[in-house]
Design a protein around this ligand. Structure first.
Ligand code: PMP
Length: 392
């Protein structure tokens, strides 16, 4: 006989009140099923859209070459890595990718992590702890904030992109001092003053960690990132984190630095040690994407041209912009409901651009986050601005 359902707990009732509150504040997040398509397009509910909301900056997520490399690796090695890197999960594709990433970033060595989120957590936990201090830009990505909070070090946040504020906090910080910053800020698109920050770290003995999630593949001569573009090598920016799911169109992340740093992370980064290695097919896909991104300079040039075109056309139409020279081009709106309404109106015209609301960004700074890609044509970008101008 089936046992009668017990209802002694009030789990759903408690959670529902919170969800209703979020909905009333215009902050409810909704997920949809989207199929990515080549050419900066995406298919949603049977209809094709121009997608200005992905991080596929170079248009490699749908390129047939990484996909074919993955398909071959699936046939060669199967679907799963079978174990953590330190057990038996580290295969020849992982090893080759690490060497290629070290070569690409000009670092002694690179170490693969499953995601950028996990890499950031692993770095903070392995390099700082009780009695130490982690210093972070106020607009850093959530994963860097969570990284500091989980490390047990004291967290000090400094005013956005403000080296003087960092200098003041560095001079009074205790223990080891780990400075963590986005290179390109994910919701604002501006670039951290990395040269000044590196100099402060050098003067005051801080350890600089740069998160290149949105710089890698996009900035620098071959796409090595914002730190490279600012002339910072391993001695100035000793802890470099890059992600593989954005410009490189795949999935995963890596940390690059000295031999000693990498050995330390292998010993102490819990998010490296206690998790399954990514499938070898993904490493194979990223290897191919990395090679393509280095060879096909036109992708970075097209991306820069699309970014310029967007800004010039938007300025001509009186559309408000933020001070960003990168493919992340937010349109500031302030009110979260206005951001959602605009995003939906764009969608009805065939364009996808994400409304970004608190708590992802500070209260009162909701925005439309437009991201450009080398997969878009200049005409695609002009079309977006035309429709945006009509709707604003
Ligand atoms: N850092 C930054 C700045 C990011 O924008 C992101 C992804 N949104 C991450 C880290 C996390 O990377 P991943 O998606 O690989 O977990």
């Amino acid at each position: 006989m089936p046992r009668p359902a017990k209802s002694g707990h009030n789990l759903d009732a408690t959670l529902e009140a919170g969800l209703a509150e979020r909905e009333a504040a215009g902050l409810y997040r909704r997920r949809r099923t989207i199929q990515r398509r080549p050419g900066g397009r995406a298919r949603l509910a049977g209809r094709d859209f121009l997608d200005f909301s992905s991080n596929d900056y170079l248009g490699l997520a749908c390129d047939p070459r990484p996909a074919e490399a993955a398909a071959q690796a699936l046939r060669d090695y199967g679907s799963g890595s079978g174990a953590a890197h330190l057990i038996t999960g580290h295969g020849p594709e992982h090893e080759a990718l690490e060497q290629e990433l070290a070569d690409f970033t000009g670092r002694d060595r690179a170490l693969l992590f499953s995601t950028g989120y996990m890499a950031n957590i692993g770095i903070a936990q392995a390099l700082a702890g009780r009695g130490d201090t982690i210093l972070e830009d106020r607009l850093n990505h959530a994963s860097l904030l969570d990284a500091a909070l989980s490390s047990r070090a004291r967290l000090k946040r400094y005013a956005h992109a403000d080296p003087a504020a960092l200098a003041e906090r560095l001079s009074t910080a205790d223990g080891r001092r780990l400075v963590m910053t986005d290179s390109v800020f994910s919701m604002d698109g501006d670039i951290a003053p990395l040269a000044e920050i590196a100099e402060l770290c050098a003067d005051q003995g801080g350890w600089l960690m740069v998160d290149e999630a949105h710089g890698l593949g996009v900035l620098g001569p071959e796409g090595q990132g914002a730190a490279a573009a600012a002339g910072l090598g391993q001695s100035e920016a000793p802890i470099l984190m890059g992600t593989l799911g954005k410009a490189l169109g795949g999935f995963g992340a890596f940390v690059a630095g000295s031999e000693t740093l990498i050995e330390h992370l292998i010993q102490h980064a819990r998010t490296y040690v206690y998790t399954t290695a990514t499938p070898p097919a993904m490493a194979a896909a990223v290897r191919r994407a990395l090679a393509v991104s280095r060879e096909e300079v036109w992708r970075r040039e097209r991306l820069a041209e699309n970014t310029r075109t967007f800004r010039e056309a938007a300025e001509a139409q009186g559309i408000p912009l933020m001070p960003s020279s990168t493919p992340i081009q937010p349109v500031p709106l302030g009110d979260p409901t206005r951001a959602v309404v605009l995003s939906r109106a764009l969608e009805s015209k065939g364009y996808l651009a994400q409304a970004i609301r608190p708590p992802t960004v500070p209260d009162g700074t909701a925005r439309l986050r437009i991201t450009l890609s080398a997969a878009h044509s200049v005409e695609d970008v002009r079309g977006l601005v035309r429709v945006l101008a009509e709707l604003m």
